[in-house]
Structure formats: structure tokens, C-alpha cells
Design a protein around this ligand. Sequence first.
Ligand code: SER
Length: 318
Amino acid sequence: MKNVLVIGSTGQIGSELTRKLRREISGGQVVAGYIPGAEPKGDLLAGGPAEIADVRDAARLAAVVDQYQIDTIYNLAALLSAVAEKKPLLAWDIQMNGLLNILEVAREKKVAVFTPSSIGSFGPETPRIDTPQDTIQRPRSMYGVTKVATELLSDYYFHKYGVDTRSVRFPGLISHVTLPGGGTTDYAVEVYYAAVKGETFVCPIAPGTYMDMMYMPDALKAAVEIMEADPARLIHRNSFNIASMSFDPEMLFAKIRETIPSLQVCYEVDPVRQAIAESWPDRMDDSCARAEWDWKPSYDLDAMTTDMIAHLKERFGK
Ligand code: SER
């Protein structure tokens, strides 16, 4: 990786990945790709080039790739699961037509591509405990449909054209930097904010609903390491299960209360998010990622909670 384009650079993952790559890549450029209305600001804008890069505009993508001699694209443009249920056609347009545009540019210009998949690529028939790397993927949400299709199309471009596509299936991602928007796992971020601000948290997910989760530094590490992995060792490509922790709302609230005992919670279960959550794995088996590119997470629920609360207390002056 030398010259990198991050599409969706102001989003939940992109805002942190762009900064990390700029810190870590020497002798190249990291371009912050964005869409009008979601412009980079502050250090994200000052820290390097920024260009409009809408995945639905293939000509524009090709021009940015040429201008900066891009060799790697991180394609992080997506509608999350609950929003995608409200706008399924838009989700398809961004996630599938957008991906096709990126893969075509990548084929023509020999660019490596990372497009994340997700726990959302699984469905109700998938084994929920120790979900295998290769298993049944019959999701019922539009988000999940686009994620499975993303995996297949990315593998297709690798096998047919040799495009260097690689990716991981992210669990729900938790961070104190940029809020997610409209995902099923968002509750596990929002409760930390409520706890630190002293607000009652209204939980849309029912007690007893376990999902795979991950702290953002581990997710970013995975996104970088998979693209730097030795291709000769990769048996799989799109996409690898990666895991670090699994919990239900009660377990998370109990952990936060060890530091903030005053946390108040009530439940107002959202049927759309709840149905999606129940169809996702409780705990993925990530042994292939560990074997093929030495994946190893650093944060468990304890370490994440300590770090999240410390950062949010500092941010909100608590
Ligand atoms: N965090 C995503 C969502 O909840 C899943 O990948 O939609």
C-alpha cells in the first residue's frame, strides 16, 4: 500500500482508518474520498488530500485513481442494516452498483480493493455459535443480501481477472470517535455515551440477544493487516470471519456499571432491529483469519470499556 483512496472517509470506519493510514504509510498519499454533504473537516481535511468520490460515479472514481496513482481502495460506502431496510433500493445502488464501478476501475487500473463484509452476511439458518468461515449465508435483510453479493462479486473479480480483492466480516463496531448511523449494533456504542452523560439509555435490543462485537482499533488493525498479508498464504479472500468479543445488552450494561454504577436503562425493543439481531451470529469462528494472516485482536470487553469510558469522559468533561 502506498497511495490509498478511502471511500467514505468521514463515516464510522473511514474517519479513523484515514487517520491511521496517514500516520502509518510513508512515501505515499491517503486520499479522503467523500460525497457532498459529508465533507471532511478539521484534521481529516488538513491531514492530506480530499476528493469527491461517489461510488455511483465511475468516471470520477477513475479520475481520482489516475490523479493520485492509487494502488489500494478501501470501499467503505454503505447504508447500515436498519437504514437499508427503510431504503432497500438506495442500499442496493450504493452497495452493489457502487461496488461494480469500483471493481471495474480496479480491473482496468490494477488496484487492490477492500470492501468490508459483516456479521450481517449471515442469516437465521447459519449456525450461531462458532459460526464457521464457510457456512450457510442466507440473510433476509437487504444489508445482508448486499454483503453476501459483495463477497461473491469480489471473489469473482479475483478469480476471473486477478483483481486483488480481500476483506473481513466485521462484527458490530464500537468507537468513541464517529457515531455509526442506523445499524443494528449501534446500541452498544450509544449506551456508553448515555452512561458518561448521565442520561437514561433506551435499549432497542432485547436482553439475551448476543452479537459479535469489536473495538474499533482491532477493526482498523484487521483492515490494514489483511491488505498487507502474504497472498501466498491466503486460502480465502472475501471475506474472513474476525472476532474478539460477544455479549448481550445485560452483560454490556453490567460491565459499564462496574465504572458508572448510576447507568439507567429501559427497554423499547425495535422489531426491525431485533429481527435482524436474532438472525446474526452470537460468535464467529475466526480460526481461518488466525491461520492465514495471523489475525489476533487486542481488546476484550473489559479493556474496551475502560478505554471507551476514559475517552468519552475526557470529551464531555466528566
Ligand atoms: N454494524 C452493522 C449494522 O448493525 C453490522 O455490520 O448494521
